[in-house]
Ligand binder design. Structure first.
Ligand code: SF4
Length: 540
């Protein structure tokens, strides 16, 4: 079969196309963004009529995928770990509705918080929802697991979670493709009441989910992704989960580990393999990316007194990504001294792109805020969060998507007036609109600045669901028309813009200011494409 050099994210996307997926739904979020982007750019996906769509947020994406599963077709919804918090309601309940067509929740975790506000471990959610979880250790497994995941989902009529982490998502490797499978024909679920979560039905469905747990365990114990690998040195047994298995192997150039190893790529944890390891070895070492979930569970279900080492006892750091060096230290392997970072690799602190429209917005805002005193600007999550850093130091909070407006409202309710929220156009439709409705209903005294750069800039310029609609949305929510003001963030308009900001901050009620100027990156891209088209049309 054809072999391709793919990022982990791309391997997942290609696998979904090959495995007969009919639709993929997502909200962009590092490190999962490239999955949907790959499907969108794929000629093959287009020819097969696969729907690939960016949604307003992860919850709407998950629910749309659930609708496609209801209609009998295979579907995937992708998000980063914190996106699963947004989709959690749909995700947990989907384990109760179950699936018709295969449905995969692809969640990309970000240990070490390379571009996230926390490093939560999505395996907890999978365990909470009581569904099978797959965790690949390399790109080929990621590819294979998508095929297997759809089959598993259809076999047990339950959603399946595939959990990856940043390094796997964003590193490249050769991947051998499987023969392409046809898509499912659309068709209703055999039980038409299955997706109706009225208490009487939900109780039955929940019972079914609970009854299925031993089968999920059996499936995991028989899965070819989980394995007991014998080893001669029984002083230690190793349990290596997902990508940590790869880190373990990197320490043995001939891929022969002297200790017995249980490779865990599918959950529930394969208890039989782990018990065998425990009985054979003097102690256990657990290697896993993220939280010490497997370690805690193993300590819980073995509970027989032998030492279990891992992240909890300090053998491995409690936080951050694993890597082969940390694993080597846990194995007691002496490390050769590594080379330092050459001076050529200069530190590059994050900053706005030169010419970013947000720069002028924050210069305007900072000068107005000086009159009132610092500590009253509540931000959301996007490129504009960079304004927390010098030289701007404009914002005082950044908690989760949508929290800017609601936190400003809470602060205003507490008497911190004026209170200002800054939120991007895409984030506004992701989860800011409901907060604005609360503020309007309570007649809160807040000023909301919706930074409209006509794109989702932070994740690489995906379309914003709010494009061309912000004023109408605000009006529809109930913001007074006179207090919806559009400005152009440009140096030459500094005085004019400050006047507008000052007027709206003085207004006792909800006001919205929309600084509107396209992200310089998408503008440049658009111009390049236009130039290419022109040159092509001119036959050059
Ligand atoms: S990507 Fe766009 S919005 Fe983000 S910093 Fe650069 S110019 Fe500004």
């Amino acid at each position: 079969m054809q072999k391709m050099l793919l990022l982990g994210d791309e391997a997942i996307a290609q696998a979904a196309i090959d495995a007969g997926m009919s639709g993929i739904y997502a909200y962009p979020g590092t490190p999962s963004t490239e999955i949907n982007e790959y499907v969108m750019a794929s000629k093959e996906a287009r020819e097969k009529g696969i729907v690939a769509s960016w949604c307003a947020n992860e919850k709407t994406a998950a629910e749309t995928a659930l609708g496609m599963s209801y209609a009998g077709q295979r579907t995937m919804t992708c998000m980063k770990h914190v996106g699963l918090n947004v989709a959690a309601d749909a995700f947990i309940n989907s384990s109760i509705t179950g699936a018709n067509g295969g449905i995969i929740f692809l969640v990309a975790d970000d240990p070490s918080m390379h571009s996230s506000q926390n490093e939560q471990d999505s395996r907890f959610y999978g365990k909470f929802a009581m569904i099978p979880i797959l965790e690949p250790s390399n790109q080929q497994e990621a590819y294979d697991m998508v095929h297997y995941g759809f089959d598993l989902s259809e076999k047990f009529q339950v959603p399946v979670m595939i959990r990856i982490t940043t390094r796997l998502a964003h590193s490249r490797s050769g991947v051998v493709r499987k023969p392409a499978r046809p898509q499912n024909k659309a068709g209703l679920p055999a039980n038409l009441r299955q997706f109706v979560l009225l208490p009487a039905i939900a109780r039955k469905q929940y019972q079914k989910l609970v009854m299925n747990q031993p089968m999920f365990l059996q499936e995991s114990e028989q899965s070819s992704f989980n394995a007991y690998v014998p080893g001669k040195d029984k002083r230690m047994g190793i349990i290596a989960c997902g990508l940590a298995f790869n880190y373990l192997m990197e320490n043995y150039s001939d891929r022969s580990v002297p200790y017995p190893v249980v490779k865990v790529m599918q959950y529930p944890l394969p208890e039989k393999h782990i018990r065998k390891l425990y009985e054979e070895c003097d102690s256990l070492l657990v290697l896993e990316e993220g939280y010490p979930i497997a370690e805690e569970m193993i300590k819980g279900f073995l509970n027989l007194g032998k030492t279990v080492k891992g992240r909890l006892d300090g053998t491995l750091p409690r936080t951050g990504e694993l890597n082969p060096t940390l694993v080597a230290a846990a194995l007691g392997i002496a490390q050769e001294e590594t080379l330092g970072i050459p001076s050529l690799v200069a530190p590059r602190p994050p900053s706005f792109c030169a010419g970013c429209p947000h720069i002028d917005s924050f210069i305007d805002l900072n000068e107005v805020i000086e009159t009132y005193g610092k500590g009253r600007v509540f931000s959301d999550i996007g490129c504009y969060t960079l304004s927390a850093l010098p030289p701007y130091e404009s914002i005082n909070s950044c908690v989760d998507m949508g929290a800017s407006i609601t936190m400003a409202k809470g602060a205003a309710d507490a008497g911190l007036v004026p209170a200002v929220a800054v939120i991007g156009d895409s984030t506004f439709t992701h989860s800011g609109m409901t907060g604005l409705l609360d503020a309007v209903n309570s007649k809160s005294n807040i000023t909301v600045i919706i930074l409209d750069n006509a794109t989702t800039g932070m994740t690489g310029g995906q379309p914003s669901a709010a494009l061309g609609k912000i004023e109408q949305i605000c009006k529809g929510i109930g913001v007074e028309e006179d207090h919806i003001r559009v400005i152009k963030p440009l140096r030459k308009k500094h005085e004019e813009n400050m006047k507008v900001i000052r007027e709206e901050m003085e207004y006792d009620g909800v006001s919205v200011i929309i600084p509107r100027r396209e992200c310089i990156q998408t503008l440049n891209k658009r111009m390049r494409e236009k130039f290419k088209e022109k040159t092509k049309a001119a036959g050059k």
